[in-house]
Design a protein around this ligand. Structure first.
Ligand SMILES: [Zn+2]
Length: 178
């Protein structure tokens, strides 16, 4: 027995479909909609079971996630470049981030050296030594203040980077939940 071929119209995109009589479910070759073939007493038509738009949206959502992840990776790379550029090499050869704490310690340390030199020079009535001690103290404090400001600007840049990173991660999570 030969099955009859029916001409139907895809409810999803309007394309002409040719379906054999006994088929109940088809997928449209044009729009990929899953269709149910509904046979009423008077007319046979198709009904979309799963709209393609949802799939398209999902793909678009995934693309958005990939795009956001690329942006996040770029942000991380940019920050790493800035960070590397702002770090200083310690005596042990390692790179260190500018820190307000070590700026204060260096300033206090330099100040103490200056004061010690001054006190020693006063004890031995060495006026040149007193001037040298004062100079050491003043220079140490000036350098420490500069490093402190530098460390502060580093921290504010890092804070901005972290805040932006958090925003991007939240955007990725929101996009994933869609
Ligand atoms: Zn279709």
């Amino acid at each position: 027995m030969e099955s009859r071929v029916m001409k139907l119209c895809c409810q999803g995109c309007g394309a002409d479909l040719q379906v054999t009589e006994e088929v109940r479910f088809v997928t449209c070759n044009y729009c990929q909609s899953k269709l149910e073939i509904v046979r009423d007493a008077s007319v046979t038509h198709t009904r979309v079971l799963e709209k393609l738009e949802r799939t398209t949206e999902r793909i678009a959502g995934n693309l958005k996630v990939i795009e956001l992840q690329n942006d996040l990776e770029r942000l991380d790379r940019e920050w790493e470049t800035v960070r590397q550029g702002m770090m200083s090499r310690g005596k042990d050869g390692h790179l260190y981030e500018p820190s307000t704490g070590s700026a204060v310690i260096a300033g206090v340390g330099g100040g103490i050296v200056g004061v010690v030199v001054m006190i020693g020079s006063i004890a031995s009535s060495n006026t040149l030594g007193v001037a040298l001690g004062l100079g050491i103290g003043v220079v140490a404090v000036a350098i420490a203040r500069r490093s402190f400001d530098y460390a502060e600007s580093f921290q504010s840049l890092e804070g901005r980077y972290q805040a932006q990173r958090q925003r991007m991660i939240r955007a990725i999570e929101a996009e994933r939940r869609r």
